[in-house]
Design a protein around this ligand. Structure first.
Ligand code: ATP
Length: 242
């Protein structure tokens, strides 16, 4: 593989939960600004892969991002290096307000950046309704609104790469469209944000991703580019059904 000094470069990544490996021998790269999809059946190891990347699980192998080796770094340090993680459960503080949830993201930032007056601007730019409702309790929001807040919180750190775990799960179509538009905008801004997107909504995967990887029983088995997915819209679904 050609060394990729920028972006994410992973080699030989393995991780598990004590009894054997849930993912093994994962080698992949994600270029700056690229949207990389990750699909696989339930239990294939998609969440494990994302959690291993941000060191939420003990892991083997190597992870480099933007030229820095992340192998020995703790999750907070990885966040400071520009990788944000939006977990499946969204990880919000339900008794805190929208604004308090957004401000909590500042803890991961260097002091000067955390105190910047425009700290929350990227979050409010992406989802303007959050500013209007900033004093609402996160727990009082609908599932779709909470998902938007979780993505907005990731944006506070101005990450270069966001790992998203099923951001559209259980969300009504009108909100899906709004979130997809925001993700699309992240790709086209002046400094594009790369996305590693775990998603079951294959229509969205096809619409957003530059490349898609298939994970099966903890191993990467296939990779497709956007053109292959355009030419054969049923490609991913057929592999998932096998
Ligand atoms: N906390 C845990 N403790 C023990 N085993 C786990 C834990 N979380 C996941 N596993 C196991 O690791 C394997 C991979 O699970 P993982 O959640 O990564 O899959 P997934 O592809 O994200 O699935 P889904 O689409 O259902 O979210 C599965 O066999 C699962 O049972």
């Amino acid at each position: 593989m050609t060394p990729e000094p920028h972006g994410l470069r992973v080699s030989g990544l393995g991780a598990g939960y004590g009894q054997g490996l849930a993912i093994a021998d994962i080698t992949l790269h994600c270029a700056p600004g690229e949207t990389l999809g990750l699909v696989g059946r339930n239990g294939a190891g998609k969440t494990t892969l994302l959690r291993a990347l941000v060191a939420q699980l003990p892991r083997d192998g190597h992870v480099h991002y933007a030229g820095t080796c992340l192998d020995r770094l703790a999750p907070e340090a990885i966040a400071r290096h520009g990788i944000a993680y939006v977990p499946q459960g969204r990880g919000l503080f339900v008794d805190f307000s929208i604004e308090e949830n957004l401000m909590l993201a500042a803890h991961a930032l260097p002091a000067a950046q955390a105190k910047a007056r425009d700290l929350l601007t990227p979050a409010y730019q992406a989802f303007p309704w959050l500013r209007d409702q900033r004093r609402s309790r996160a727990g009082s929001l609908s599932g779709g609104q909470q998902q938007q807040l979780a993505i907005a919180r990731a944006l506070v750190a101005r990450p270069g790469l966001i790992l998203l775990d099923e951001p559209l799960e259980g969300i009504q179509p009108s909100i899906v469209a709004r979130i997809v538009q925001v993700l699309r905008n992240l790709r086209t801004q002046t400094r594009p944000t790369a996305l590693l997107l775990v998603e079951q909504n294959l229509e969205v995967v096809r619409a957003l991703c530059d490349r898609v990887l298939l994970l099966e029983s903890g191993r990467l088995r296939q990779a497709w580019d956007a053109r292959a997915l355009r030419d054969d819209p049923g490609l991913i679904a057929r592999h998932l059904a096998l």
